[in-house]
Design a protein around this ligand. Structure first.
Ligand SMILES: *Cc1c(COP(=O)(O)O)cnc(C)c1O
Length: 377
């Protein structure tokens, strides 16, 4: 019999919520990663970058876990993320909006006790006006563009910014920051270039604290640490440094349920477009996750999942809600309806899956879907 619940010995889906697998988030590993990064940057402190729902792992759960472990600085990308996170956390945390504020969000930001990252002279002037209109001193972070050309005050606006700060006492600049474009590549000359520019900024704004390093920057040495590092991916177990062993622990594991198994003869076409044709008789299993669940379509005929340490290649195209795998390498009765196969775990890291998909670990994490049973352990 090809499917049925009696004949399998391995782990099985055992929940009645209708979820198609388990996304397990190890908050202890997250905390250990935070400790490790904190100890590398000490005496500087480590913030947590929890944008994009903490890279898909749950901004509320992640932030609360790290708050309990001493983290008091949280970075999001969009103001809406800050608005959602603010009521979840005690008042003694600082929430920073990396992308700054879009028009008409200033009052809500000031009233919400949220701190904008100021990315232009115009934004600085706007924030000064808001402070004056509210008769309050408002906090802000200044970001300079030291060579990424993405966000931040251009280098040539330094003197205008300094002049603006001199004439107004309405803004409390908490620190000055910049972002590294190539921190994951320790050999990139861009790191030294950006550091040189950051030093010029620091010279022009003496007395201000600096925040510079993302995850990769933490491993570039103390020149890059400033007083507050901003790790994201390394907290969540991703490799922040190309080429060397990943210094942090995995945080995420993903197990997906088998929904059907079958045996097909040689010459059978598998999946949309029939692009995969079996060369010999094969045993196949269809698992309950597809590209809508974060298994990228680029894994079609390339990636794999694991069971009991055995590699089970993906065959044919990844569908929206399902993916077919070749299980011929397993004993006949090893897998059946409801059996769980490993997509991320002991045998397959985020980087492995990302490599097969032609993506980066960040894309895999932030795409993991919401049809899995999320368990925080
Ligand atoms: C996303 C982001 C980070 C975190 O980057 P990781 O590479 O995930 O550590 C830090 N700073 C800024 C400005 C960011 O946009």
């Amino acid at each position: 019999m090809d499917s049925g619940i009696m004949d399998s010995r391995g782990p099985k889906l055992a929940i009645d919520s209708g979820a198609c697998g388990y996304l397990t988030i190890d908050l202890k590993a997250l905390r250990r990663n935070y400790d490790k990064l904190s100890s590398i940057v000490a005496p500087a402190r480590a913030a947590a970058v929890v944008k994009a729902d903490a890279y898909g792992l749950g901004a509320n759960q992640v932030s609360k876990a790290l708050y309990g472990h001493g983290c008091r600085h949280f970075f999001v990308a969009h103001f809406i993320e800050a608005l959602r996170l603010r009521p979840q956390l005690p008042r003694d945390v600082s929430i920073f909006v990396l992308n700054g504020l879009l028009p008409d969000n200033e009052i809500a930001c000031a009233e919400g006790g949220i701190i904008p990252v100021i990315n232009s002279l115009d934004q600085l002037r706007q924030w000064v006006e808001v402070a004056r209109s509210l008769h309050r001193k408002l906090p802000a972070v200044l970001q300079f563009d030291t060579g990424m050309s993405r966000l931040g005050i251009p280098m040539e606006d330094r003197s205008a910014v300094a002049a603006c700060l001199k004439t107004c006492s309405d803004i409390d600049i908490l620190f000055i920051m910049s972002h590294l474009a190539s921190a994951d590549d320790g050999d990139s000359e861009q790191n030294a270039d950006q550091l040189a520019r950051m030093r010029r900024v620091a010279k022009d704004f003496p007395g201000y604290d600096i925040s510079f390093a993302n995850s990769g920057g933490i491993f570039l040495g103390s020149d890059f640490h400033g007083v507050l590092a901003r790790p994201g991916i390394a907290l969540y177990g991703g490799a922040a440094t190309g080429g060397v062993a990943n210094p942090v622990e995995p945080v995420v594991r993903l197990d997906v349920a088998v929904v059907q198994t079958r045996t097909v003869p040689a010459g059978a076409r598998v999946g949309y477009g029939g692009v995969h044709v079996t060369k010999a008789q094969a045993r196949l299993a269809t698992i309950a996750a597809g590209y809508a669940d974060g298994l990228p379509r680029s894994l079609s005929d390339r990636g794999a999942v694991y069971y009991d340490g055995v590699r089970l290649p993906i065959v044919g195209r990844v569908s929206m809600d399902s993916t077919t795998i070749d299980i011929s390498a397993l004993p006949e009765d090893a897998l059946s309806f409801g059996s769980l196969v490993e997509v991320l775990g002991d045998h397959q890291t985020l980087e492995d899956l990302a490599r097969d998909a032609g993506l980066i670990s960040y894309e895999i994490l932030t795409s993991l879907g919401h049809r899995f049973h999320r368990q925080y352990v």
